[in-house]
Design a binder for this molecule. Structure first.
Ligand code: FNR
Length: 181
């Protein structure tokens, strides 16, 4: 199964990149992760007639994927702008929303005690509007996320979290599989 993975952080040393990397490792042969480059120009309707090639690439990756995975930090209790911008690009032009009908999942990690729960809730509103088939349960909020939780390869080393991540990946894989045409 091909999964288009949106990591909502541009910073080099990102806990969400490590969370995504751990999920990729756990998924093994079952899923092929295609990381979406979310470092895109700011969405501007004036550019819709001549869609930027980077944004077109995102639309193509979403359209050919079996499932979509969002791995996001929470910024000011919402979805990071860089991620929302990438979603806006792939949702346009009007009538060509690339996400429509795609099975999707959202997880995330942040330094705060609620571990992106509030931001993920906003993400679910966006996903519902874009007619994604968003996995409801389990939820994965990597609370109090720090780099010490991961080894030098960027893989989760806390056993309890590793188990939670493994369970999420298993159910997400089943979810995507159940939507395969
Ligand atoms: C944050 N951070 C943050 N954390 C949180 O739990 N709730 C929040 O609302 C916010 N808001 C926020 C806004 C902005 C602009 C920044 C830069 C940061 C902290 C954030 O969780 C922390 O920096 C994470 O490590 C970001 O994820 P990555 O980049 O490491 O994946």
């Amino acid at each position: 199964m091909k999964i288009a993975v949106f990591v909502g952080s541009l910073q080099q040393n990102s806990v969400n990149k490590k969370l995504a990397g751990t999920m990729e490792k756990v998924a093994g042969e079952r899923m092929e992760f295609e990381y979406i480059d979310v470092n895109l120009p700011l969405f501007n309707q004036d550019l819709e007639e001549n869609y930027p090639v980077e944004a077109r690439r995102v639309k193509d990756a979403v359209e050919t994927a079996d499932g979509i995975l969002f791995v996001m930090p929470e910024y000011n209790r919402s979805v990071p702008g860089v991620l929302k911008n990438a979603i806006d690009w792939a949702s346009r032009p009007w009538g060509t929303n690339s996400f429509k009908g795609k099975p999707a999942g959202v997880v995330g990690g942040s330094i705060g005690p609620v571990g992106t729960a509030v931001g993920q809730s906003d993400m679910r509103h966006i996903a519902a509007f874009l007619e994604m088939e968003m996995l409801g349960q389990p939820e994965l909020y990597l609370a109090n996320a720090t780099h010490d939780m991961f080894d030098e390869q960027g893989i989760m080393k806390d056993e309890r979290w590793y188990k939670n991540i493994t369970e999420y990946v298993r159910v997400f894989g089943d979810w995507v599989e159940s939507h395969k045409k």
